[in-house]
Design a protein around this ligand. Structure first.
Ligand code: ADP
Ligand code: MG
Length: 677
């Protein structure tokens, strides 16, 4: 029976008011109610007196040693006193305003009382009297002002009594056998009304798998639906042409680059609709991989587009790509928001009539005024910087173009599984040969002189230096003021011999580009900047990154900033200036100086900050799990992912009666999951 279609008003005592109260907790039907799990338990196991802690709640068992005495005080207040022998000690228990409890204490009989222990007086303020035979734990639910704990518990009990043998188990039997999981009736009972901790633990273990598995099946279902509805384009690209281009590059591709290119090209060639995430640490050379793929698409007769999150980055990609591809007579165009209307219309025309083969742009690409003749391949650089809708909008500029999403923020394994279960993942796991490990140092601001000396030495050796100034949230003017102060300082110290440049978010775009260009042409030696340079900028000769107030940045962001150096064959350095005010900031500085591995950092970041934060608000579609925790329960999550993927690739299993309940559940949830991406 589908309990999601069963109205709560079927339960005794549920009228419009209670319905509304339940809705305010997100409980809309009987299924929701049964799966509204407690967030913790109160231990209802009787303890011995040795375990009693002052002012903490405890359940004690003993023998009633005296007649209970009820006395009145104040206005209508009562106090009930009774002595109980516990572990050979006579303990006074006092209940306020529950005179009727008197009947529960019969001298010489066993009794169990739950209450707050007072160590000084060796007495207890009683809360309730428990059935001596009841060794259970009490569930505690998260409620709001519209509904009481007690009401909720009673409703759950009523619902369970009425519907318990109609709860369909969703996880197929073969998996329950394989992993020793409970059926859904047992899960619900074990979590709401456990006899003891062991039972609730066991039920939770099954519930976690169930929750992760359902989610993963949802992703798989989206993926398969996408594949069957949207037949991708089989791009017949010119392999020879592509190979020639690769050979003409000034460097040899790394083995990892070659491998991911192969993965991407084989997707492009097949009718499989490519939806691939390319992960690779900063500096691992993702751009050239995407250029090769775009080139292949062009040789197959399609247009390609690459969307970057900032103008600086788009400009830089454009410069690189057009320089590489112009000799091959491939026409590229740059489309950003800062074009005049005339320029925009001109470029948009060429995109529309197909004169332009490859378009590089910012989110300006997704404007209504931009239309392609035949967009077959799209690249989304720094994909986590775009919202789901922006990515979708670009996809809709073509008819089922293949999609390559790139990210330099190394998504930790955990999150990759939770959020990208519907994507194929390629990973570049090595840096180009000859790269030296960036040395990272952390100094306190009082030692800033040391940094100046170091910078002087590096400049003398012909290096270029980035100086990133603090990010002061909410105020661009403050950011700017800071950058200007530091710019003045560097001009004072080094201005005679070297060129100092300033870059900040409030500069007009052409001026920003100009400064970036001067820096990459080595006309500027020291670039003082706000965080506008954070993403993707590539100047191989720069070998020092100085970051002021580093404690204001998160781990991943610091790693991104650091990744601006170490891009050539020079030894590079990152100097963090920071006076951390709390433990976690100290921790971040230590982690940064100890590892260069973006994946390690991302895992740490996730642990320290939580998932939503790491991915930014834009990814707030990140699922919230009720029972499982994707970080702590990573193993369960992985198994769930594996099993979901195996199931959806096994036609026979998928059509067997064993998976019927699962499929109907997933189909109904499909819309909801589809909104997720
Ligand atoms: P990211 O992966 O961070 O986007 P980029 O694509 O910007 O990295 O590449 C970083 C730098 O490394 C660029 O200057 C690029 O030209 C260079 N590069 C890419 N692949 C190789 C390679 N196989 N050998 C040497 N240098 C490479
Ligand atoms: Mg990049």
């Amino acid at each position: 029976m589908d309990l999601r279609k069963e109205s709560l008003s079927q339960l005794p005592g549920v009228g419009p008011k209670k319905l509304e109260a339940l809705q305010s907790l997100g409980i809309n039907n009987v299924y929701d109610l049964l799966f509204y799990f407690p967030f913790r338990y109160e231990d209802m196991q009787a303890k011995s007196l040795d375990e009693a802690v002052d002012q903490e709640k405890i359940l004690l068992k003993g023998i009633v040693a005296s007649e209970p005495v009820v006395s009145r005080f104040g206005y209508k207040k009562t106090r009930l006193n009774v002595r109980i022998m516990i572990d050979n000690e006579s303990v006074m228990i006092t209940f306020f305003n529950q005179p009727w409890l008197k009947d529960k204490f019969e001298t010489g009989t066993d009794v169990a009382v739950y209450g707050k222990w007072n160590e000084n007086r060796r007495s207890m303020m009683g809360i309730k009297v428990i059935d001596v035979h009841d060794n259970s734990v009490d569930s505690v639910y998260s409620v709001n002002k519209n509904i009481h704990q007690k009401t909720l518990i009673n409703l759950i009990k009523a619902a369970f009594e009425k519907y318990h043998d109609q709860i369909d188990t969703i996880v197929p039997a073969y998996l329950r056998t394989k992993y020793k999981l409970l059926d859904d009736e047992q899960v619900v009972a074990g979590i709401h009304f456990p006899k003891d901790e062991e039972q609730s633990d066991e039920a939770r273990r099954s519930a976690k798998f169930r929750e992760f598995f359902l989610f993963q099946c949802g992703l798989q279902s989206i993926k398969h639906q996408d594949e069957s509805e949207n037949v991708g384009i089989a791009e017949e690209y010119d392999q020879e042409f592509v190979d020639k281009f690769v050979q003409s590059l000034p460097f040899t591709l790394t083995a990892a680059q070659t491998r991911v290119i192969k993965e991407i090209l084989s997707d492009m060639k097949s009718t499989h609709h490519m939806n691939r995430l390319l992960q690779g640490d900063v500096g691992s050379g993702k751009t050239i991989v995407s250029v090769i793929a775009m080139l292949a698409a062009v040789t197959a007769g399609y247009q390609a587009a690459i969307m970057a999150p900032t103008e600086i980055l788009a400009q830089q990609h454009f410069d690189k790509i057009s320089r590489l591809l112009a000799p091959l007579h491939i026409r590229t165009a740059l489309l950003t928001g800062s074009l005049t209307k005339k320029e925009h219309d001109f470029i948009a025309d060429d995109i529309k009539n197909g004169k332009t083969n490859i378009v590089v742009g910012t989110h300006a690409l997704i404007q209504d005024s931009v239309n392609f003749k035949d967009l077959g391949f799209i690249v989304i650089d720094e994909q986590h910087r775009f919202g789901v809708n922006q990515r979708k909008a670009l996809r809709q500029k073509g008819t089922n173009p293949d999609v390559l999403a790139m990210t330099a923020t190394p998504i930790p394994r955990t999150l990759a599984i939770t959020t990208y279960g519907d994507m194929d993942v390629s990973r570049i796991d090595e840096l180009p040969a000859g790269r030296k490990k960036i040395e990272t140092y952390w100094i306190r601001s009082q030692k800033v002189e040391q940094m100046y000396q170091f910078v002087a030495k590096e400049l003398a050796a012909g290096s270029q230096v980035y100086v990133v100034t603090p990010l002061i949230s909410e105020s661009e003017t403050m950011d700017l003021k800071n950058a200007e102060l530091i710019y003045d300082k560097f001009t004072e110290l080094f201005g005679k011999k070297y060129q100092i440049g300033l870059l900040h978010g409030q500069m007009p775009n052409d001026q920003k580009e100009d400064v970036m260009k001067q820096f990459s042409d080595k006309k500027i030696d020291v670039l003082v900047s706000t965080t506008v340079i954070e993403v993707g900028v590539d100047v191989p000769n720069a070998s020092v990154m100085v970051i002021y107030d580093a404690n204001r940045f998160g781990l991943s962001q610091l790693h991104q900033l650091r990744g601006r150096v170490g891009r050539g064959d020079k030894q590079s350095y990152c100097i963090l200036i920071s006076d951390p005010k709390n433990e976690s900031a100290v921790e971040r500085m230590k982690i940064l100086t100890s590892t260069n591995d973006g994946f390690v950092l991302a895992e740490e970041d996730l642990k320290m900050r939580g998932a939503g934060d790491l991915l930014g608000n834009r990814q707030s579609g990140l699922p919230e799990f009720k029972v499982g925790n994707p970080i702590n329960d990573i193993n369960v999550l992985e198994v769930a992912q594996e099993e979901a993927s195996r199931l959806f690739n096994d036609e026979k299993l998928l059509n067997s009666p064993e998976t019927k309940a699962l499929k109907s559940f997933i189909n109904d949830e499909y819309d909801q999951l589809n909104n997720f991406d």
